[in-house]
Design a protein around this ligand. Sequence first.
Ligand SMILES: Nc1ncnc2c1ncn2[C@@H]1O[C@H](COP(=O)(O)OP(=O)(O)OP(=O)(O)O)[C@@H](O)[C@H]1O
Ligand SMILES: [Mg+2]
Length: 355
Amino acid sequence: MIQTDLHQCILDNLNGAVAVFDADLRLRYLNPAAEMLFGGSSRQLLGMSFNDLIMPREPVIDQLRDAIQSHHPFSKHEQIIDLYSGKEITADFTVTVLHSTFGETEVLFEIIPIDRLLRITREDALVAQQVATRDLLRGLAHEIKNPLGGIRGAAQLLERELHSEEQKEYTRVIIDEADRLQKLVNRLLGPSGMPKHQNVSVHEVIEYVRSVVEAEDLGDIVMHRDYDPSIPDIKGDPDLLIQALLNIVNNARQALGKRGNITIRTRVLRKFTISQQQHRLAVKIDVIDDGPGIPADIKDKIFYPMVTGRAEGTGLGLSIAQRLVHQHGGLIECESQPGRTVFSILLPIYKVSED
Ligand SMILES: Nc1ncnc2c1ncn2[C@@H]1O[C@H](COP(=O)(O)OP(=O)(O)OP(=O)(O)O)[C@@H](O)[C@H]1O
Ligand SMILES: [Mg+2]
């Protein structure tokens, strides 16, 4: 059926994945986008049966056979598909039955992965919720800050008036607790002032964070790096980016406890969408650890303030990191399972003309 060079050329250059099966549902052709999606070359995959190559969770074989008989095309939306490569994707697909002039029947299968699209929609809703919660808490923190200063000052004055050590213990408790609250409130309010944007080398930021973390006793935790040296500078405030990355690396360290591995990996992404804006280039900084993973009960909430899985945690680190990265037009994502947790900081790389 794929007769002319022009047809071949069009199919080869399509961004969408296209596979053609014969009437016995054996693979006859797949375009380069489908090779990428399936994770194998034409040479390896031609001749494979539909069922071995593409395994939709909701079986479609009967529907496919009906389509071949009746010549009616059909589409399916948001299907979870287990691919031959072991990868699981969510995709829309369309099946069209073709008949060549030689009387052959072929089944054209177009598949459009939508994982990323679904994720972007979910991502936006999540970020909006996080911003709302954060703003609420910041407002509250602001209100607490002033009276707190008053309470501490009054307790200090009172302490001077007191003569009995026993009574002074009470004022000490007031002062110590006020100090603790003050620290919490300061963290809730976050760094003050506008970010000061300049050209920043991502690797300098990472190396600085590494030096800070390695200055402490890491026990048997080993830090690894896997850098893409071709990453251009980004526009940003190095201090804020250091703070964001440090919060993430510290979490990995705390999750690992005494031993384990932390890898910091950098990559360039082309044509990447962050918060509905497509960027020609973006940088991805992954912090990967082989610790126990994020506890299941807080997995969906870790970017909200005051959500913690640690007895001594305040649950602010990730919410602050997300806000700082957001101020740079970026986003933090996370994937976690026992043995492998990845926090990815995505930051746009602006061209000079986009400043
Ligand atoms: N790499 C990781 N592995 C396992 N769990 C993690 C990891 N990173 C974060 N978490 C979980 O997410 C929770 C929230 O993290 P976050 O940094 O916001 O707060 P925290 O570390 O508890 O407190 P704080 O950072 O304010 O001291 C952590 O308490 C922990 O349970
Ligand atoms: Mg933390």
